[in-house]
Design a protein around this ligand. Structure first.
Ligand code: FAD
Length: 380
C-alpha cells in the first residue's frame, strides 16, 4: 500500500488529490493537509464585494473530501523535508511515498505592513466586511485599487474589482462624487495578455471614467491614506483596496525545493522537482515562459495538479505519464455580466500566443458553470 500526501487545499491541491484518488488503487492512501478547512474560488470574493452573490454560497468544506476517499487533515505545516518526503505539522509528522506541494503564495511581508496602516487587502476574504462597510459609508473622495507589486494573483482581478466598485457606486448614484483609480507597477494593464488585450481593458476602464496609473510601483503608504510611489508621485486615497505582491510561502522557500527565485521551480511540463517523487504545483511555483512567468491563477494550478498527480501515480504503480503543454485561459469579467477570455498557449516561443475573446454573456454563464462544476465534482 502506498501513501500519497498533498500539501495545500486550494485549486492545485484539491485537483491533485482527486486525480490521485482516481488513478491509485483503493488500498493506497491519499491525504491532504491544509491550514484552512474551506475552499472557494478567488473570483467569488469579488462577487461578494459587488453584491453579485454571497461568498458563503460558493464556499465548501474540505471535510467533504473524506467522502471521496481523500483523508483531510486540518493542520499548519511548519516545515518540509523534500528529500525524505516528510512534512512537520501542528498535527504531527507526515511521511509519504509521494508528495505534491500546492501551498499557494503568501503576501509580501512589506505589503503586509500596509494592511496595518488602514489599507484593506482586496484579496483577503476576511477584509470583505470592512471594505463593504467603508463603501456603504462613502459619499465622496477617491477610491484607489492599488497593485502594490508583481507578481500578484490573477492579473485581471484588480481591474475587475475597480469596475465592480464603479458599477456599485453608479447604482447608488454616488459615482459623480467619488473618483476611482487603479494603480499598477506594470507598463500596461495586462502584460501577460499582451498589448492588444491591455489596450482593450484600458479602454473599458476609460469608458467608465476609471483612471489607470501604469508604472506606479508603491513604495510606501501613510496612515492618512497617502500612497507614495517609487516614481516620486503621491496620490491621496480615502479608501485603498490593496493587492499585495505574491511571495513564496516560507515552508517552500526554506526547503530544498526553492530555486534562486525563492519559489519552487519544478519542471514546467511534468511538475517534478529535484526530489524523487516530489512535485510542486500552482501559486507556490515559478514557471517560466518565453517572456515572463505563468500567471498565478487557479486554472493553471488545477491543470498542473492533475499532471503532477498522473506522474506521481505512474511513479508509484507505473502507467501513463502526463505533460502540461502551456495552454490555458483566464476570465476577464466586465460590467453587465459579460466575460472575455484571455486564452492561448502560454509556452509559445518567442512569446506567449495569447488572445482575448470578445466579451459576452455566454462566457459569463460559462464562468459560473466552471465554478459550479468544480464545486460539484470536488465536494458533491
Ligand atoms: C480576487 C481573486 C480573483 C481570482 N480570480 C481567478 C479567476 O477568475 N481564475 C483563476 O484561475 N484564478 C483566479 N484567482 C487566483 C486563484 O485563486 C489562485 O491562483 C489559486 O487559488 C491558486 O491555487 P493554489 O492551489 O496554488 O493555491 P491556494 O488556492 O492559495 O491554496 C493554498 C493552500 O495551501 C494551504 N496552506 C498554505 N500554507 C500552509 C501552511 N503553512 N500549512 C498548511 N496549509 C497551508 C492553504 O490553506 C490553502 O489550502 C483569483 C484570486 C483572487 C484573490
Amino acid at each position: 500500500m502506498a501513501h500519497a500526501l498533498v500539501l495545500g487545499g486550494g485549486f492545485g491541491g484539491i485537483a491533485a488529490a482527486h486525480e490521485l484518488r482516481r488513478r491509485l488503487p483503493a488500498a493506497d492512501e491519499v491525504t491532504l493537509i491544509a491550514a484552512s478547512d474551506t475552499f472557494f474560488v478567488g473570483f467569488a470574493k469579488l462577487w461578494e464585494l459587488g453584491g453579485i452573490r454571497p461568498l458563503a454560497d460558493g464556499t465548501r468544506r474540505l471535510t467533504d473530501l473524506d467522502a471521496h476517499g481523500i483523508r483531510f487533515v486540518q493542520a499548519e505545516i511548519t516545515s518540509l523535508d523534500a528529500g525524505k518526503r516528510t512534512a512537520e505539522t501542528s498535527a504531527g509528522t507526515f511521511t509519504a511515498d509521494g508528495l505534491i506541494v500546492a501551498l499557494g503564495a503568501s503576501c509580501s511581508p512589506k505589503h503586509r505592513r500596509f494592511f496595518e496602516l488602514g489599507v484593506h487587502n482586496l484579496y483577503s476574504a476576511n477584509s470583505l466586511p470592512a471594505i463593504k462597510a467603508a463603501l456603504e459609508e462613502m459619499r465622496s473622495g477617491t477610491i484607489v485599487v492599488s497593485i502594490f507589486g508583481a507578481p500578484y494573483l490573477c492579473p485581471p482581478a484588480p481591474f475587475e474589482a475597480a469596475l465592480i466598485v464603479d458599477e456599485w457606486l453608479r447604482e447608488r448614484g454616488r459615482r459623480d462624487d467619488i473618483e476611482v483609480v487603479v494603480t499598477t507597477p506594470q507598463p500596461i494593464t495586462l502584460p501577460v495578455a499582451g498589448p492588444d488585450a491591455s489596450h482593450f481593458l484600458a479602454e473599458q476602464l476609460g469608458a467608465r471614467n476609471v483612471t489607470v496609473l501604469t508604472e506606479h510601483k508603491v513604495d510606501d503608504v501613510e496612515a492618512d491614506g497617502t500612497i507614495i510611489f517609487a516614481n516620486g508621485r503621491t496620490v491621496h486615497s480615502d479608501l485603498t483596496l490593496g493587492v499585495p505582491a505574491a511571495s513564496p510561502p516560507a515552508v517552500v522557500s526554506q526547503s530544498s525545493l526553492a530555486g534562486a527565485s525563492g519559489w519552487a521551480e519544478p519542471d514546467r511540463e511534468t511538475f517534478a522537482t529535484n526530489a524523487d517523487r516530489v512535485y510542486a504545483v500552482g501559486d507556490c511555483t515559478m514557471v517560466p515562459t518565453a517572456t515572463a512567468q505563468l500567471p498565478k491563477a487557479g486554472v493553471f494550478a488545477e491543470a498542473e495538479g492533475k499532471v503532477a498527480a498522473a506522474n506521481l501515480a505512474a511513479d508509484l504503480h507505473g502507467g501513463e505519464r502526463a505533460r502540461f503543454d502551456g495552454h490555458g485561459y483566464c476570465y476577464l469579467e466586465l460590467p453587465g455580466r459579460k466575460v472575455a477570455r484571455v486564452q492561448g498557449n502560454f509556452y509559445a516561443e518567442p512569446r506567449p500566443d495569447v488572445e482575448l475573446s470578445a466579451p459576452d454573456e455566454a462566457s459569463f454563464a460559462a464562468k459560473q458553470q466552471w465554478e459550479s462544476d468544480r464545486l460539484a465534482q470536488w465536494f458533491g
